[in-house]
Ligand binder design. Structure first.
Ligand code: F6P
Length: 489
């Protein structure tokens, strides 16, 4: 409601690569699924509250006939709160823009995970072309000349300036969901100036943390002739101002009337379904199958923990959900093979015919199945090597209304700044993570309760509506200022 008031009738258009709903044609009819994406987790509740149009790449919906001839569908199914408009990319466009420049170039460039970025001229051309196509779609959707456009993520660095060219009065809020590196690291990108110029078409440019804002401002300072006002965190470039601000993203806190199945039942279901030992200490990891998530390091830590504390062999299990992602890229395929091999080796070392310390579930799990795992778990492991924010840790906390369970969290996830009550680890330090596992496994219920209660109150208060509300309130002030200046001129 508050968001609606803040927008006071303005038209909202969201742009992201990932679509919030996937319509899949099966033998029994169309099945609607939710993708594994932190971005979708956060932005979808905001769109349900604001209405408007969400423009996305129709990637998951394999067959465009499924959706409808007009390429526009009302979602969520059965509620029809907003429109989803899909842009259909050719296989070449998808290859160059999404797999190539976004995920072989920008993704490793921005995440310090020691995977070398690849920059190909042809990918860059496809990236530019797809950004243009999305800009055309925004212009086609705009009812007036001043919509509020929410541009999401590194797939669309050029979009803000392209929209600004056609709709100079638009309010453009760009949120960068991944980290921003330091100027030296970013400087290896052959098209660094074009990327920065594109982003500075934004009215507001948001990152998860102050640190990423600082890196961005320093990068602009290094590579463009811009005026920077550090005190107000603004950049003036070609007579246009952009506010660079941190907005830590979050999740939708479960509603009071949203009942979850009892913890004991979730535990019994998971133990039975995965044939786990009855009294096992269950740790869970829920990730996309991505090399930035620290899944190998996590498994190494499990191995070290079992080595150091053999009393847990036969009584400790890591259930690792790894949702397939970007599997067309060699780096991702090789990574999943390495994870599988490591899991097999550790299971061969410590397991037997009926017990395996690592249960690797390499498939997408829908929200309810993830919730069940969270509620069944004694420990949740988030060991990203680098992460803008990471919402898995926040969802785990939201799922634990029994105030039990221990969160082990990487210091290299943006969330670590807000969640110091977790056991914070350096995922590269296997010994430290192994020790945190032991500490978590033996943590008394009272200490778990104390930590969990505090984590829950933080996430409940700083939920996703707070994230969107702060950004929209800042945008509202800038919009008002611009209107006043227009009148004065
Ligand atoms: O937040 C980072 C992000 O890349 C989002 O842009 C994306 O939706 C999510 O992770 C999952 O990645 P993908 O959409 O490539 O499967």
């Amino acid at each position: 409601q508050l968001l609606k008031t803040q927008l006071s009738g303005d038209q909202v258009i969201v742009v992201s690569n990932r679509e919030p709903y996937i319509h899949e044609k099966t033998e029994t009819g169309i099945v609607v699924k939710r993708p594994a994406s932190g971005l979708v987790t956060a932005v979808e509740p905001v769109m349900r509250a604001c209405s408007g149009t969400w423009i996305a790449h129709g990637s998951g919906s394999a067959d465009r006939d499924v959706v409808d001839a007009a390429d526009r569908v009302a979602v969520p199914p059965g509620h029809d709160d907003y429109w989803l408009r899909r842009i259909w990319l050719t296989p070449e466009e998808e290859q160059g823009y999404y797999y190539g420049f976004a995920n072989e170039g920008l993704w490793p460039l921005c995440h310090v995970a020691h995977v070398r970025p690849v920059f190909r001229e042809s990918d860059w051309q496809a990236y530019k072309e797809v950004n243009r196509r999305f800009a055309d779609a925004v212009v086609a959707e705009a009812r007036g000349d001043d919509p509020v456009v929410l541009v999401q993520d590194y797939h669309f660095a050029l979009l803000p300036a392209l929209i600004r060219e056609k709709l100079p009065r638009a309010t453009i809020l760009t949120f960068w969901h991944i980290p921003w590196p330091n100027p030296e690291s970013f400087g290896i990108c052959p098209w660094r100036r074009e990327i920065l110029q594109g982003m500075l078409g934004s009215t507001i440019l948001g990152f998860h943390t102050r640190y990423h804002c600082k890196n961005f401002i320093e990068t602009v300072d290094r590579y463009l002739e811009a005026r920077i006002e550090h005190e107000h965190s603004t950049i003036s470039y070609r007579e246009k101002d952009t506010l660079v601000e941190s907005y830590p993203i979050s999740i939708e806190w479960p509603r009071e009337d949203e009942s979850m199945p009892p913890v004991a039942q979730c535990r019994a279901n998971v133990v039975a379904r995965l044939a786990l030992p009855q009294q096992a200490c269950i740790a869970v990891g829920i990730d996309r199958f991505d090399y930035t998530k620290g899944i190998l390091e996590r498994m190494n830590a499990v191995e070290r923990f079992l080595e150091k504390h053999p009393e847990w062999v036969g009584r400790f299990v890591l259930v690792q959900v790894a949702a397939p992602t970007r599997a067309a890229l060699d780096e991702y395929r090789n990574f999943s093979l390495r994870v599988q091999e490591l899991a097999d080796r550790i299971n061969a070392r410590f397991g037997n015919g009926t017990y395996a310390p690592i249960v690797l579930l390499a498939k997408h799990h829908e929200h309810d199945a993830v919730m069940e795992l969270f509620r069944a778990a004694d420990i949740c492991l988030v060991t990203s090597l680098h992460d803008g924010m990471n919402l898995v840790c926040k969802e785990f906390v939201a799922a634990r209304d029994d105030q039990q369970g221990v969160l082990i969290l990487s210091r290299f996830a943006g969330a670590a700044r807000e969640m110091p009550e977790a056991l914070i680890v350096n995922p590269y330090h296997v010994e430290e993570t192994a020790d945190a596992l032991h500490r978590a496994a033996v943590m008394p219920p009272a200490e778990q309760r104390e930590r969990m209660a505090s984590l829950r109150s933080t996430v409940r208060e700083f939920n996703v509506f707070r994230w969107a509300g702060r950004m929209l309130a800042d945008a509202g002030r800038w919009r008002l200022r611009a209107r006043i200046e227009e009148r004065v001129r």
